[in-house]
Write a protein that binds this ligand. Structure first.
Ligand code: GUN
Ligand code: ZN
Length: 434
């Protein structure tokens, strides 16, 4: 028996498919008295405690939780590390918000000591909130990504990040050039991509802040290395879309700019997509690209309401993003709370099981990491959470009135936040304890 075998006994819940495809009942597995067995950082068994216990050695190390739910680690498909210090910046919509708050805040990452300090705060905040994998924007400075990956590597986290490429329409103190962004990204890819559980994402900020030359080189990088990610923003705000149309009059709309520069594909994640049209959803789906749905940000910046049913109609991969600092919380539970309201405002329903899917397996599919993260299936990485039903007096009282796991899950997503996350495990190691 391997020395690192451990088992965890509690109620256990995970998504196994998209409710929009298989229906709600076939989309999840729930074990009221479940057992999760971990061997050497990977899940080796999942099932009812009564079935599994007789198959295990009598002296196995079992942690037994009362009033708690084990779920997969949560997956944030869109977040900005250098915006940690500006969450909740008052009064502006996207373009003025960028100029007034975002660019000055990101400029501080020219200093490596600052980058180290914020990377540490940022990773602790992710883990406190139960996020075990994130697709992360750095600043334009390569050290923002070095600091982040250095900290993530120490905890053996599965993380994806990239340095922002932006060579126009931003202050001089925050721009690179097409050539320097290419060389700096390349050096980061050589150092980090595929190291342990780390992956690199080519990161043009959005079409307005890149010249055609820079977008060309971003596309070239994607062709030069296998399995690289690409992350950017799209169709978040109406003024932004107008601006893209003015800057790229020769292209047939916002998505076509990225398409032209070969930035669509199976590892490409486009944040927001609030104002995408049917044809654009179809093209994203056809190329295997994904969209990050960022409800707290879309409400906070007044950007609009993401049309999830339209994305579902096109079989488009959708993950959930906090978009901190446009988003107002690191908590994907709180992000789901807002996602529910975004659907309500459009006369649609977001079931708790679809929400669970978006924050776990849906994110893993958007990132092409199904089979590694996003579920508790044996053979996957042991990235999981223990959620505490008694995290706050109100949660404790409210959950006593819940009649089934659907209700319990919905209340966890409505009242839950970082306080709800009792423990976070990554690759089988405890990386956060409340
Ligand atoms: N579009 C371009 N840059 C950004 C950013 O930093 N945040 C958001 N929400 N949208 C963007
Ligand atoms: Zn963003």
């Amino acid at each position: 028996m391997p020395l690192t075998r451990k088992a965890y006994r509690a109620a256990i819940l995970h998504s196994i498919d998209d409710p929009a495809i298989v229906g709600i009942d076939a989309s999840y597995e729930y074990f009221e008295d479940g057992l999760l067995v971990i061997d050497n950082g990977q899940i080796s068994a999942l099932g009812h405690a009564s079935d599994l216990l007789p198959t295990l050695p009598a002296d196995i190390d079992i942690t037994h939780y009362q009033d708690a739910l084990i779920t997969p680690g949560l997956i944030d498909t869109h977040i900005h590390l250098p915006q940690t210090g500006m969450v909740g910046a008052y009064g502006e919509q996207l373009l003025d918000w960028l100029n007034t708050y975002t660019f000055p805040c990101e400029s501080q990452f020219a200093d490596k000591a600052h980058a180290d300090e914020v990377a540490d705060i940022f990773i602790k905040e992710l883990l406190r909130n139960g996020t075990t994998t994130a697709l992360v924007f750095g600043s334009v400075h390569p050290q923002s990504v070095n600091s982040f990956f250095e900290a993530a590597e120490k905890l053996d986290l599965r993380m994806i990040a990239g340095k922002v490429m932006m060579d126009r329409n931003a202050p001089d103190y925050l721009t690179d050039t097409a050539e320097s962004s290419y060389q700096e990204s390349k050096a980061l890819i050589e150092r980090w991509h595929g190291k342990g559980r780390l992956h690199y994402a080519v990161t043009p900020r959005f079409a307005p802040t890149s010249t055609p030359e820079q977008l060309t080189l971003a596309g070239q990088l994607l062709g030069e290395y296998p399995d690289l990610y690409m992350q950017t923003h799209i169709s978040e705000n109406k003024q932004e879309i107008e601006w893209v149309n003015e800057l790229f009059p020769e292209r047939n709309g916002y998505l076509d700019v990225y398409d032209h520069y070969k930035l669509l594909g199976e590892r490409s994640v486009f944040a927001h997509g609030v104002h995408l049209c049917n044809d654009e959803c179809a093209r994203l789906a056809e190329t295997g690209s994904a969209v990050a749905f960022c409800p707290t940000s879309n409400l906070f910046l007044g950007s609009g309401l993401f049309n999830l049913p339209m994305a579902e109609k096109h079989n488009l991969n959708v993950g959930l993003g906090t978009d901190v600092g446009g988003g107002t919380s690191f908590s994907l539970l709180q992000t789901l709370n807002e996602a529910y309201k975004v659907m309500q405002l459009q006369g649609a329903r977001l079931s708790p099981f679809k929400s669970l899917y978006l924050a776990t397996l849906g994110g893993a599919r958007a990132l092409r990491l199904e089979g590694k993260i996003g579920t508790l299936q044996p053979g996957t990485d042991a990235d999981f959470l223990v959620l505490d039903y008694n995290a706050t007096p109100l949660l404790s009282y409210r959950l006593k009135q819940a009649n089934n796991i659907a209700e319990t899950l919905f209340v966890l997503m409505t009242l839950g936040d970082d306080r709800t996350v009792l423990q976070t495990y990554a690759a089988g190691q405890l990386v956060h304890q409340r």
